[in-house]
Design a protein around this ligand. Structure first.
Ligand code: DGL
Length: 292
């Protein structure tokens, strides 16, 4: 057993999106304490430059490290894509996991025809992290990409369904799923059969996305795969919480560990919007305002 094993897992996102990963972790590792930081004051990261994203991510991660965590989970694709190597170098030997690798792995495994569409923020797409990770795992893959900047605002606003949201999705996906009129089996085979939610905010729009792309496209949400990666890594490093390691098999699905949330702006808004992402009511005592 490692002496750090009683510390919480630190999760970081630019805002609320990482709460989708938080939820998956609480389910997969119910015995672990979780400390979440959402840098809501500086959201969005996805439209910012690489150097700014690295600087913001390092300062946010430093906050979690100062508070004491046994592992950092970068529950933000934008921050992972830009800053993972810098974080690993800066905080070594602390284990740092991102969401791009697990999402890429899940997509590469799910796709039958190798045509994979990644939806993410502008910064994630422009940095090429998904394109590289997917083709590393599956060299025959053709990775199509679309930056969907408005999706983050829709999710944080709680607009998840309906004609307006579907209209915006249609606009972003224009041309990608249009089979020619005289569709042949060959044409259909060239359409993407797998769609990666390459931003942790996007799972909230999953139902609306499903309406637009139809029932046959496999939608990959990297939250569950990331939780699996975290569980494996904690086990390998002997960092699972020693008193509650067997909580893994707890059948109730209830999170038995402690959870706490840090935000850099507007606690009331964090509680309101955070509830949408977590699918439960949040209370004021769970959230602390911090300055970075
Ligand atoms: N949740 C972040 C991600 O996964 C993006 C939000 C933002 O633009 O800050 O990429």
């Amino acid at each position: 057993m490692d002496s750090n094993s009683r510390l919480p897992i630190g999760l970081f996102d630019s805002g609320m999106g990482g709460l989708t990963v938080f939820k998956a972790l609480a389910k997969r590792l119910p015995g672990e304490d979780l400390l979440y930081l959402g840098d809501t004051a500086r959201l969005p990261y996805g439209t910012k430059g690489r150097d700014t994203i690295i600087r913001y991510t390092l300062s946010a991660a430093q906050k979690l490290v100062d508070m004491g965590v046994k592992m950092l989970v970068i529950a933000c694709n934008t921050a992972t894509a830009a800053a993972l190597p810098a974080l690993r170098e800066h905080f070594a030997p602390l284990p740092v996991l991102g969401v791009v690798e697990p999402g890429s792995q899940a997509a590469a495994e799910a796709s039958r025809n190798g045509r994979i569409l990644v939806l993410a923020t502008e910064a994630t797409i422009n940095g090429g992290a998904y394109q590289q990770a997917i083709t590393r795992i599956r060299p025959d893959a053709v990775v199509l990409t679309r930056a969907c900047n408005l999706f983050v605002s829709l999710a944080e606003e709680g607009w998840m369904n309906g004609p307006l949201v579907e209209g915006i999705i249609r606009r972003y996906l224009e041309g990608l799923f249009d089979a020619p009129d005289n569709k042949t089996a060959n044409d259909a085979a060239l359409l993407p059969d797998t769609l990666v939610l390459g931003c942790t905010h996007y799972p909230l729009l999953q139902d609306a996305l499903r309406q637009v792309v139809g029932p046959d496209v496999h939608i990959v949400d990297s939250a569950a795969t990331t939780a699996e990666f975290v569980a494996r890594e904690l086990n390998t490093l002997h960092l699972l919480h020693p008193d509650r390691a067997t909580a893994d098999s707890d059948a109730t699905g209830k999170h038995l560990g402690q959870s706490h949330f840090l935000t850099t702006d507007h606690v009331a808004r964090f509680i309101r919007t955070g509830g949408l992402f977590l699918g439960r009511k949040m209370t004021e005592s769970e959230v602390t305002l911090v300055d970075l």
